[in-house]
Structure formats: structure tokens, C-alpha cells
Design a protein around this ligand. Sequence first.
Ligand SMILES: O=C[C@H](O)[C@H](O)[C@H](O)COP(=O)(O)O
Length: 247
Amino acid sequence: MFSKNLNFVRRYFVMSLQEAKKIAARQAVDEHVQSGNLVGIGSGSTVIFAVERLAERVKKEDLKVQCVPTSFQARELVIKHQLPLTDLNINPLLDVCIDGADEVDSNLNLIKGGGGCLLQEKIVASCSKKLIIIADYTKNSSKLGDQYKKGIPIEVSPMVYVPIQKKIERLYGGKVELRMAVMKAGPVITDNGNFILDWKEFNQDHDWKKINTDLLLTPGIVETGLFIGMATKAYFGLKDGSIKKQE
Ligand SMILES: O=C[C@H](O)[C@H](O)[C@H](O)COP(=O)(O)O
């Protein structure tokens, strides 16, 4: 009876993006965080719901966690919810990192960095036993570039952004743009004092693992928003209120 009613509600109720993010985030936190865990806290709008759920569980279940944030935003979020903060130099290996993504392909490869936090996100994910991705249904795609049109973010040293822009366009095609700030005249400056280039209109059939490795060998490229072979599992909140899991 209950499941019949639930299916009825699902059929007629289209979830908002916010609600889709929320259900994915809450379920991921419930299934992947246990008491005693060291937790990497990703950045972006979906992670807000994960931190809210963590804080709820700390109050209700007396869950013990320590958090490593991946950005200024994530740190503020952790502080706001009065969760204990730690860092990678005190705790070099985390149990789990929970983070959002701009796009997730069918092999669990990701584009991240829409909010400019890719460098610290990749560092924290690389020091975590599991990277759990939480997202709404618009992030789920078969090939990178199918859904997300804002480009692949690349964090670069300010002194060399033009040569890198030109090099990527020459070697791989597409268009590489310097990300500009909205409320300031000038470029976006990351939490690490760098610029962001967004690589758009790229060929979707690239070998992303190779491209990522090649880009990272370029002096001045600090990090890319290509997270290849890093994610353990993704949770997508769907329009009908259900959750799709991909691993
Ligand atoms: O730099 C930002 C991060 O990579 C975010 O995790 C990503 O942009 C997804 O953000 P949101 O959850 O707001 O869609």
C-alpha cells in the first residue's frame, strides 16, 4: 500500500533541482559516513545538503566525525554547523570524501570546478579512501560535454594564462576562456591565488586520461577539473524523487 502511494506521488511530482540535490546528498551521507570517520567536505550547492545532514546526525545519533574542507566555502559551512575541523597534515588519510560534480559520465569520470574549487577538491579526494559524488539528474551524462556546456575548468598560474590558453587551443582544439568575475572587474581568483581557464567546445571523444596527464605536465597548469578514475560511486537525485546510484 505504502509503495503504491509512493509511486503515485513520484509519477505526478517533479522534483526541483534543489530537492533532487538534497535527497542524493542525504542518502550518500547516511550510507557512507559512520561514527569515527574523517570526512572530506566538497564544495558547491549540493554539498550544503550533505553538511546539513551530517550536522543533523551528529545531534541525533551523537555521530563523531572530523571534517577536512575543500574550499573557503566548505570551511565556512563546517564552522556554521559546528562540526569539528581537521586537515590533511594532521589526518593524512580520510575515510570518505563527499562532493558534488558538474558532470558525471557513464564511466564515473567527472568535470569539476564550476565553482573554482578543483585544486583542493582533487587533493582531498586523492587522500580519501572513497570519493562519493552527489548530484541532481542534470549532471548525469554518457559523455563529458553532453550536459555541461561551461567547459572544463583548468587552474593556472596567472603569469602564464595566455600561453596555456593558446597551447590548448592549438593542440586539442576548442575554445579556452579566462573565467571572469561577476561582481568585480577582472578574472576570478581561486582560493589558491590562481586563475581559471574554461576549455569549451572540445571534442568529446578525447582520451580524457591521456589529456589530463598531458595537461598536468604543462608548467603553469596547477590542476584540471577532469577527475578521471577517482570517484567510487555517484548518487543522482531524479525528477520523480528516486535516487540513481552509479558505481
Ligand atoms: O568548484 C566547484 C565544485 O567542483 C562543485 O562541486 C561543482 O561545481 C558542483 O557544484 P554544485 O553542487 O553547486 O552543482
